[in-house]
Design a protein around this ligand. Structure first.
Ligand code: UDP
Length: 433
């Protein structure tokens, strides 16, 4: 291990604990040199890109040969995959035969472009539906292919799921963020919740001066209470519901509400929703809507740190990274009682789960009133994240999964055991598994 890698791991041990790093190292030892390719559909914006920016270098530091590929496609492709996303989250969407064909055609082309890498990899981890059909067009693959679904699939719109299922069944395993999100599939399914990296620009410690300066730059008053929601402008993040909640709460308490976010390269809907939010905020006192560039990590960090309360009032959510980011900064979170947020926020302990704008308004009032409770909840929130949702735990789970897949899914992995595992199982040129 070179000096940089050792230094990186040391830093994580300092924050996540020595044991978390020791576990990663033991598992990685048995996968040393394994070629891993992650594939998703955007290099910035959204939770998956956020995670990969941290996970890839950490896995590399642990001795694996890891790369990250981003599939490309025309705007229509991303319109279609956005509908897939909504459909998989349970919404009725209208997709034509031509849409499915275009989606498949882009996957075919991208498979051709990435073929050498994908064929040679020991482990290919495909994130979400956008690149799911690649597997169909890489016929002589040798490694293990794993489908990582970040979406809540518990109640999908069936025409979309039926189409995807046709290829998902070809994977060796799939990963979901919560058990409830999965679907019956003929291969092992793993539950791995996402995580955050404490050292990124988004999450690193900031000085009070840096936070103060950011607020000033944005025209906010640092001496007044602040409630913040950071999200892409997406109907499922319910920005309009947040504005409504603030309007109700404001009858009793005075505070500034910030809705800040940008777009993701694979999300074509952002502008329309942003315009809707601007219209809803018009005439409302103390509502600030900021459209952020993709690299506004420090601004987001400062807003989360400056907030008295962070809201994430999603109506559907796989796992809200913004929730965990805020909790790591010691903030109580008011989260929509949906999807992964139900596992992230411990109701009444690290924040509150809410179903309606009225519920959110009630909790805003309560938390703004009781400073001591805010502090206590924030403290518990940070510890909860340290123990469960840091990138070290996430990487450990991926490594354990890789070992488990190539060892035939044993119930137990002995961390002290020696010897490497027999990856990959299929030799080049053999028929796909
Ligand atoms: N994010 C960002 N800029 C924005 C909006 C969000 O960098 O304008 C980040 C946010 O801090 C979080 C991730 O993107 O790290 C969003 O992940 P989440 O799981 O909350 O939602 P998703 O966008 O994946 O649905």
């Amino acid at each position: 291990m070179n000096e940089n890698s050792a230094h990186l791991l040391e830093r994580y041990a300092h924050v996540a604990g020595a044991e978390a790093v020791a576990q990663m190292r033991q598992l990685a030892e048995r996968l040393r040199g394994a070629r891993v390719v992650h594939v998703n559909s955007t290099a910035y914006g959204g939770g998956v890109a956020e995670i990969l920016h941290s996970m890839v270098p950490l896995m590399q530091a642990l001795g694996l040969e890891v790369s990250w590929e981003v599939i490309q496609g025309p705007p229509e492709f991303f319109e279609i995959t956005k509908s897939f996303h909504h459909g998989l989250q349970g919404h009725r969407v209208s997709l034509t035969e031509k849409d499915f064909q275009l989606y498949e055609e882009v996957n075919r082309r991208e498979a051709e472009r990435l073929e050498d890498k994908l064929r040679e990899a020991d482990f290919v981890i495909i994130h979400d539906p956008q690149p799911a059909y690649l597997i169909k067009y890489v016929p002589r693959r040798r490694g293990y292919w794993i489908w990582r679904c970040h979406i809540d699939l518990s109640r999908p719109f069936y025409s979309v799921w039926r189409f995807l299922e046709k290829v998902v069944v070809r994977y060796h395993a799939s990963i979901f963020s919560m058990p409830e999100f999965s679907q019956p599939l003929p291969h092992p399914q793993y539950v791995i919740p996402p995580s955050i990296d404490p050292f990124t620009e988004k999450n690193r410690d900031l000085s009070p001066e840096e936070v103060f300066e950011t607020l000033k730059d944005l025209g906010l008053d640092p001496s007044r209470p602040l409630v913040v929601q950071i999200s892409r402008f997406d109907p499922f993040k319910d920005p309009i519901g947040v504005i409504r909640a603030a309007e109700l709460a404001r009858k009793f308490v005075s505070f500034q509400l910030v809705l800040a976010g940008g777009g993701a390269a694979d999300d074509p809907e952002g502008d329309r929703v942003y315009q809707e939010v601007i219209r809803a905020a018009k005439g409302q006192e103390d509502v600030y809507v900021f459209k952020l560039p993709p690299d506004a990590h420090r601004t987001i960090n400062a807003l989360q740190r400056a907030a008295d309360i962070v809201i994430q009032k999603s109506l559907r959510e796989g796992f809200g990274l913004t929730v965990t980011e805020a909790m790591w900064k010691g903030k109580p979170v008011i989260g929509g009682a949906t999807g992964g947020i139900r596992m992230q926020v411990v109701n009444h302990h690290t924040g509150f789960l809410v179903h309606t704008p009225e519920g959110a308004a009630l909790r805003i009032r309560y938390l703004l009133f009781y400073e001591e409770i805010r502090r206590e909840m924030g403290h518990k929130a940070r510890e909860f994240v340290r123990q469960n949702f840091l990138i070290t735990r996430h990487v450990r789970d991926y490594l354990a999964l890789m070992l488990s897949v190539c060892m035939g899914s044993p119930d137990r992995l002995e961390l002290e055991a020696t010897g490497t595992c027999a990856w990959p199982s299929a030799k080049p040129g053999e028929p796909p598994l």
